[in-house]
Design a protein around this ligand. Sequence first.
Ligand code: SF4
Ligand code: SF4
Length: 484
Amino acid sequence: MVKRDSDMGEEKVRQAVSDSADALPALAACRDYAPENVRRALETVIEASGGLDWVKSGMRIGIKLNLCAAKKPEEAATTHPVLAAELTRMLRARGAEVVLGDSPGGPFVAPLMHRLYDTTGLGLCREAGGELNEDFGYSEVEFPEGKTLRRFAYVDWLRSCDAVINFSKLKSHGMMGMTAAVKNLYGVIPGTYKSEYHFRHEDPMRFADMLVDLNEYVKPRLCLCDAVEIMEGNGPTMGTPRPFGLVLACRDPYRLDRLCAALLGIREREIPYLEAAKQRGLLKAEEPEIGAMAAPYALKDFRRSGATASWFARSEDDRGLRKLMKQGMYVIFRSRPAVSRECIGCGKCARDCPASAIRIRDGRAMIERKKCIRCFCCQEFCPTGAMKVQRSFVAKLTGDKETKTRRHRLLAKVRRRRLSRDPEKRPQQVSAQAFSSSAETSAGKRLPGSTSAPLSRAMRWGASSPMPLVPEVAKRTIFLPLKS
Ligand code: SF4
Ligand code: SF4
């Protein structure tokens, strides 16, 4: 049942962080999830973000985690439980009550959430003295200052808190390019309503404006991001974990995400909600100091989930020809969901699709293109990773950053290089040229085994370079990028 607006702690939750505009993000190295390393990293970034002196004894603090799906911690889809547990300990040591939770897509009900808590390892937070949220109610709240959301459904468990800490996970994301602090607050909307909100905000820029509204409504007291292990590729739930070794913090979610974008090597104009925050004056046009902070750690080969249309994020100032051109480019470059062979016909995507654009036929999901609003909910919640983000034909031809990186790497492989006379150095040379084994090289291909020892023997026979076979290069540089 939907409760009406009441004074149930709402003002407390929305307390403004008046000085957040001055807060630079902070980062700290954390090579793994060992509790002592996590604790040290958390203390460093929290201290650099103003500390925890605002936490008073008896305060009830809600930690909004990223629990997007029932995934194990090692799958890197959810905020790691060791980080959440260490933060809980720090807050409990100051006498605060701590409640942790999230509302992923789908029914927001006890049995599903209990399963999610178990799978994501959140029992550790209970041991640390925190509560896992058991209040699955929601209320309609008013937000007259909102640009696209002036009235919306909001989870009760956060309304009853005195302050909110936003603890996100850094991952690739189909619709928004990446997800970190700003996108994490979509989880303050009950899962049952998420499809409807996707449908109402089908345009990526409108969706981005909605995310900014949510951040402005909740005003988290502190934003933290788990980037010890990030997710790349088919994110935000079925991508590939990648060790990254950082914990991040900031009082301002937009600036934290600006740092995240710089770390992943994604241009800000490719992330619609950063554009939306800039258009509303919530984020400065440029902050070179954040770029400099990210530079030593920035990735050059982060694999994104494929969407490129957000390059053409629109602004309200766009008029006439400029507006038309941006719209045209958006249509040409926008990605779409595509079902791959791994589909088992479970029907989860069809149930979650806000546009009812998916049918299961012959044990496989089929998408009705005309109905699809490209929200990528199906890709986010497909349990097998069968639903992918497919780049448009034009985007593939022109080569977005990921394709270019892949091509660049492969072309580097065909460069002729003499191998060392020292047989011990040869295996390193093979891997330094980005071959996974000598079988990938022209010399190795002719040999029975695929280790570097037979390759070394081949060098004595006169082969001068580990050059890959031409068809293999052609297949990888031309056909794979077009097919993916
Ligand atoms: S959720 Fe994934 S596996 Fe299930 S029907 Fe849809 S695409 Fe296939
Ligand atoms: S098919 Fe997928 S991307 Fe298209 S509207 Fe449905 S859930 Fe969204």
